[in-house]
Design a protein around this ligand. Structure first.
Ligand code: BES
Ligand code: ZN
Length: 923
């Protein structure tokens, strides 16, 4: 495709240095805005046209101002103004081109533009969010969400992460509103303003301090009514948490976490001071993502910021602590040093995810948060109950052909670079976040955490106020450690997938990409169509640690495995394995589960290892890792599900919550897979026989001083027991539900159990409970509880109620857009629910597309829920037919549909195998 335009990047003939941005007419009733921007630019080569980003924005006037050259005899060296002959919009490229009467000369030029746009309802750009005022009236606040590519909806700009500039912002706002932005307020004066409409009104003019040099996607503006709590830290930085009016106290927890984390990052972790004077956290009622790291002005969905001591669950507190620490990590990783382009997004998100754990572990050591990177924990928005672990989720996704490398450009986007907004939005996924964080953790373990942090410090200092690529990071780490970090990390970040290490009878190891469907002809075809080998030929450099029976305290074998050819590490390992096998001793490869790979032992290896698991000779992390590998090897057809189930049965007495959580999550996956099979009853029996013994030691009530991890295991176990038909558990849940309905204030269930109780009641009772839960939704004051209600109504078991639930979520006007995706996903987890969601999606596709496809977040979730469907070959055919010829392009949902479709195919194949083998294992 020679000559085809492969990039939507802006030309670099003219670049901005400073934006002076004014919003002089923000109309919160009519939801429109008018503003002006003066941009100090550097013209690099003479041009008559200037192209910059603008989307759904109208440039009403534009001119260029420059020195007229000084000479020419005019006193004072006058200014010259150039006007435009035309402005051209390109809605596909999302740009506006200013065409001037004559060429702009090289040097400094000021562009002066006026523009108009609307305060939209798409949760992107400058958008509106609704809240309830003191008299119960609905009011509107205006909020920005610019990442990844929506600053261009709010003002004309060079909307690319590497085109950094300074910003000075001024806003004329209604008197009753507070305005918050990245920097401190320099001026806030009341005045009589004459609006462009000619109307005169009392307004307040807010002017903010100039920002440091930064990317457009980090600029923020919030205009609303808030209460707040705040505190100075030892270095004089002011942290403020803005909450809805009347809820200031609910900001205390986040304030505590934010103050501590900021200091810890600045003084201990990065050893680079926080670059701004203040750090704000704001709760926004309508918010697409979980939170957004705008420099000095981080925005959060309410559920990710506010803690009500009495009604917030443990899970919510953990999620909030992690979110706060994540966004603060971005203040350095992302804001101070920014990825050069979106294909290196993982430098932002993978690091921030990794740092979440570093900081939360420091603030709450008793939470043992690191194990959450591996073990089952909260689902994406923490609203329902534990489902997937980070590494597990990343490994599941990365085992698909439709996955992508951490650094996206190299393989998946072979013809096109990642540069259209849909493609950019798609990569905010488990690969960039969780695989990114996991390989960073693997690297930090390999280099030693202290050395690693020294390299990070150097990297941050060197690229402050600039941009970086992965190679810059490897260089900094290499300088500190003297190692060739790039060579080590190359395959992990530039290649799709990860290896499974297979141990042969003779103790030699081989590696291959782990694919969700090991033997699949379609895989090879799909990969070759993309012009790569789908990761099959990749040889990863695997830093592997091994522990074994009889090893001394802390003794480990550390080897670097580089495929058969990389001899040395493989040879050492083989020798050790042969020696141990001869003696009948167990060994565990990937000790501590720090490596991002799976291990498939030979038969003797598995037998000895399962003994070590049962006697608990190996650590909880290793037990959990081995059992989780066994289940995923079975799902991929590389081992038998019967063997994995046997292993799970042996662990039923394991007292460790991490191990339990892994076993229970793995069983839960199968419950959903087998629910329509004839052997389901038998399978439920097996699940009960494993879970009931665990439940006996946990019970409904928290023991005094019980470990934190038990608090998150409890609801998972309850949900699994419910789905495996444990009547006694259901009865107690119903009793508690009735008590709650009859006395909302006095008999509220413990927050950690609330969702399970609601969901069980809807599942067992149907109609009456369904209505009671909707009533709780309508009257509850807690965002967390509201979302749990929405998930719970999706657990009804009859079609009529499920349709009603779907109608409530999509059409009642009572559910915020931000909550729709998650609620539908909950509905789609059952066989019946998934059919209904799919049918509605297909029938209402165009309408839903129009409503949702502009919201970078919600649409992919919706597409994902639609592609959960029944696990039948017919359904696969139907899906394929639909998406290959969809009435409108699926856009930002493209990758999601491909991934979920592939997951379904894997499940259909597993089901076909397990139908023949699992019933025997259950006998
Ligand atoms: N930078 C993201 C938010 C974002 C993602 C904006 C995609 C635009 C497009 C933010 O730092 C983030 O990662 N948020 C998480 C919260 C999480 C870390 C707890 C999210 O929204 O899920
Ligand atoms: Zn992030």
């Amino acid at each position: 495709m020679e000559g085809q335009k492969t990039s939507c990047r802006l030309p670099d003939t003219v670049v901005p240095v400073k934006y002076t941005l004014r919003y002089h007419d923000l109309d919160l009733d009519r939801c429109t805005f008018a503003g002006s921007v003066a941009i100090d630019c550097e013209v690099k080569s003479e041009v008559k046209t200037v192209e910059l980003h603008a989307l759904e924005l109208w440039v009403t006037s534009a001119e260029a101002v420059m020195d007229d050259g000084g000479g020419g005899g005019k006193a004072g060296g006058g200014q010259k103004k150039l006007s435009t002959v035309r402005t051209e919009y390109d809605s596909k490229a999302q740009t506006v081109t200013l065409c001037f009467v004559e060429a702009l000369p090289v040097g400094g030029v000021k562009l002066e533009l006026s523009f108009e746009g609307s305060i939209n309802d798409k949760l992107a750009g400058l958008y509106r969010s609704k809240y309830t005022g003191p008299d119960g009236e609905t009011k509107t606040m205006a909020v920005t969400q610019f990442e990844a590519t929506d600053a261009r909806r709010a003002f004309p700009c060079w909307d690319e992460p590497a085109i950094k500039a300074r910003f000075e912002l001024e806003v004329l706002a209604p008197l009753d509103r507070r305005v918050v932005s990245n920097t401190p307020v320099m001026m806030s004066n009341e005045e009589t303003a004459e609006l462009p409409s000619g109307r005169k009104e009392r307004r307040r003019r807010w002017r903010f301090a100039e920002t440091p040099v930064m990317s457009t996607y980090l600029l923020a503006l919030v205009i609303g009514e808030f209460d707040f709590v705040s505190a100075y830290n030892a270095s004089g930085v002011l942290t403020t948490v803005y909450t809805p009016v009347g809820k200031a106290e609910q900001g205390r927890f986040a304030l505590h976490v934010a103050s501590k984390a900021l200091e810890y990052y600045a003084e201990t972790v990065f050893k680079v001071p926080y670059p701004l004077q203040k750090s704000d956290l704001l709760a926004i009622p309508d918010f697409a993502a979980g939170a957004m790291e705008n420099w000095g002005c981080v925005t959060y969905r309410e559920a990710r910021l506010l803690v009500h001591e009495a009604t917030s669950s443990t899970a919510t507190k953990k999620a909030i602590a992690r979110t706060v620490c994540h966004e603060l990590a971005h203040q350095w990783f992302g804001n101070l040093v920014t990825m050069e382009w979106w294909d290196a997004l993982w430098l932002n998100e993978g690091f921030a995810r990794y740092m979440e754990f570093v900081a939360v572990d420091h603030i709450f050591p008793e939470w043992d948060i690191w194990s959450a990177l591996r073990r089952a924990e909260l689902g994406r928005l923490a609203s329902t109950f534990p489902s997937t672990s980070h590494a597990r989720a990343a490994m599941a996704l990365d085992s698909l052909v439709a996955s992508h490398p951490i650094e996206v450009k190299s393989a998946v986007m072979i013809e096109e670079q990642v540069d259209n907004p849909d493609q950019i939005n798609e990569i905010f996924d488990a690969i960039s976040y969780a695989k990114g964080a996991s390989v960073i953790r693997m690297l930090a373990g390999h280099l030693g955490v202290a050395e690693f942090m020294r390299g990070i410090h150097d990297y941050l200092v060197k690229h402050s106020y600039g941009n970086a690529r992965s190679d810059d990071l490897w260089a900094a780490l290499g300088n500190v450690t003297g190692k060739d970090v790039g060579a080590l990390m190359d395959t992990w970040t530039r290649k799709v997938g990860y290896p499974v290490l297979t141990l042969a009878e003779d103790g030699s190891t081989s590696q291959a990409r782990f694919l969700a469907m090991a033997e699949d002809p379609a895989t090879a075809t799909a990969a070759s169509a993309k012009g790569d080998d789908g990761g099959q030929g990749t040889v990863w450099r695997i830093p592997a640690r091994v522990v074994w029976e009889g090893a001394g305290e802390g003794e480990e074998l550390v080897v670097m495995l580089e495929g058969e050819s990389g001899a040395e590490g493989g040879r050492k390992l083989k020798e050790k394995v042969q020696e141990l096998q001869a003696a009948g001793k167990w060994f565990k490869i990937n000790a501590g589960q720090r490596g991002f790979f799976k291990v498939n032992y030979n038969e003797g290896g598995w037998t000895n290892l399962s003994r070590a698991m049962q006697t608990r000779a190996i650590s909880p992390a290793d037990r959990a890792g081995a059992v989780s590998d066994a289940f995923s090897l079975a799902a991929a057809g590389r081992a038998s599900t019967g063997v994995a189930l046997g292993l799970a049965s042996k662990l039923r007495d394991d007292p460790d919550s991490l191990v339990r959580q892994t076993v229970v999550s793995s069983l839960l996956d199968l419950i959903s897979l087998y629910s329509e099979e004839t052997f389901f009853g038998k399978f439920q029996e097996l699940v009960r026989s494993i879970c009931l013994p665990m439940w006996e030691s946990i019970t409904w009530t928290a023991a005094e001083g019980e470990p934190q991890r038990v608090a998150t295991l409890r609801p998972l176990l309850l949900r699994t027991l419910h789905l495996s038909g444990s009547v006694e558990v259901d009865e107690e849940a119903l009793r508690r539900f009735d008590a709650y309905v009859n006395d909302r204030a006095g008999s509220a269930p413990p927050a950690d159990l609330r969702y399970v109780i609601l969901a069980t009641a809807v599942g067992v009772r149907g109609d009456s409970a369904f209505r009671q839960v909707i009533e709780i939704y309508r009257t509850s004051d807690s965002g967390e509880e509201k979302r749990q209600c929405l998930s719970a109504i999706g657990k009804a078991r009859d079609a009529a109620l499920l349709s009603e639930a779907m109608g409530f979520i999509l059409d009642s006007g009572e559910v915020r857009l931000q909550d729709a995706g998650l609620s539908l996903a909950s509905l789609a987890t059952s066989a019946l629910g998934s059919k209904l969601v799919w049918t509605a999606f297909r029938e209402r596709y165009v309408e839903l597309h129009d409503r949702f496809s502009d919201t970078g977040f919600i649409w992919p979730m919706l597409v994902g829920s639609a592609v959960m469907g029944p696990r039948t070959p017919e359904h696969l055919t139907e899906l394929e037919a639909f998406f290959n010829d969809a009435p409108k392009p699926v856009g930002a949902g493209e990758r999601k549909w491909l991934q979920n479709f592939e997951k379904l195919r894997v499940q259909v194949a597993q089901l076909a195998r397990d139908r023949n083998t699992v019933p025997q294992a259950l006998r």
